[in-house]
Design a protein around this ligand. Structure first.
Ligand SMILES: Nc1ncnc2c1ncn2[C@@H]1O[C@H](COP(=O)(O)OP(=O)(O)OP(=O)(O)O)[C@@H](O)[C@H]1O
Ligand SMILES: [Mg+2]
Length: 297
């Protein structure tokens, strides 16, 4: 293992800070008896305050399950999750979760969708309205303020959702593959919009993805997850200065080093998920791992 990748370990969090999330030895299983399925196993990590932590792992490894636990929609089978030092016992307005699926109300315009949170709290104030205007500008949707979600492209819908989430000013933003399914160009544009919003907010962000380029462009810290039942396989600090730009990242040695390390770990984990217990696949994984080890020596 190179110097850029640290083995995962139990967090040694001293004092909880605002927006800090500490996940300690969390396990989550579904079903009972012979039908029990362990999805998360002895999983520990810390999401630091004000940082953008990205979690990457093979499809189906248990990322969204972890999000539901962090959001407080479900309870862990074992272990604990603390936000600002307090155990998560249910949903809270300190956290805002953006799920994989679109969450815009189809019967509301872009502007009304963005204003939904403040209005639901009875806060249709001058401040909220000017914040909505500013966010419309920041996500490039000023000209589309009166359009309904079906009149927006996929990328525009995601931008409207970002603005709708950010107007609520949560301590922690949790995003579960928000740009999945977008074409490559729209995705790259979203990375720029989103990272700008993040950099300006200084808020704690936790972002889930299966896309390594997205992960490296966005992350301060990258958590690489194992196949199901998932836990942290490695933690990578991505100390590339911000604001980042996509073109110069292509030739950035540090970015490429992280990418190769992460890809080889992810490949091993993805192969395990495809193997599904087959002897031939297990032999292949073993051979592939040996090849990687030989290459590094
Ligand atoms: N309520 C549930 N009951 C039983 N099994 C579940 C439940 N929710 C999730 N699972 C199982 O847990 C595993 C992980 O699912 P999860 O959605 O967390 O994966 P993921 O990493 O988010 O995948 P993707 O990248 O495709 O979104 C899957 O095998 C899924 O079938
Ligand atoms: Mg998921």
């Amino acid at each position: 293992m190179s110097t850029v990748v640290k083995a995962a370990g139990t967090p040694t969090s001293a004092k909880a800070q605002a927006g800090e999330i500490v996940v300690s030895s969390v396990g989550k299983s579904y079903g009972e008896g012979q039908f029990v399925k362990e999805v998360v196993k002895d999983c520990s990590f810390t999401i630091e305050r004000g940082k953008l932590t990205v979690m990457i792992g093979p499809s189906g490894c248990g990322k969204s399950t972890l999000i539901r636990l962090l959001a407080g929609f479900e309870k862990p089978t074992s272990g604990s999750i603390k936000i600002n030092g307090k155990p998560v016992t249910g949903p809270g307005k300190d956290r805002l979760v953006l799920f994989q699926e679109s969450a815009l109300f189809p019967w509301m315009t872009t502007y009304d969708n963005i204003m939904y949170g403040p209005r639901a709290r009875g806060e249709d104030t001058k401040e909220a309205r000017s914040l909505a205007e500013m966010l419309l500008d920041k996500v490039g949707l000023r000209a589309f303020r009166k359009k309904y979600p079906t009149q927006l492209s996929g990328g525009m819908q995601r931008r409207a959702e970002l603005a709708r989430a950010m107007i609520n000013n949560p301590e922690v933003m949790i995003l579960d593959e928000p740009f999945r399914g977008l074409d490559a160009m729209s995705k790259e544009l979203m990375w720029e919009y989103y990272s700008r919003l993040y950099e300006e907010s200084g808020r704690t962000n936790f972002f889930i993805t299966t896309d390594i380029d997205e992960a490296i462009f966005l992350a301060d810290r990258l958590l690489i997850m194992t196949n199901v039942p998932t836990q942290v396989r490695a933690v990578v600090e991505i100390d590339i200065p911000r604001p980042r730009d996509l073109v110069s990242l292509v030739d950035d040695d540090r970015a490429n080093e992280v990418k190769m390390e992460a890809l080889s770990l992810l490949h091993e984990e993805a192969m395990k998920s495809f193997a599904g217990g087959s002897k031939a696949a297990a032999d292949f994984i073993e051979a592939y791992s040996k090849r990687l080890r030989t290459k590094k020596e």
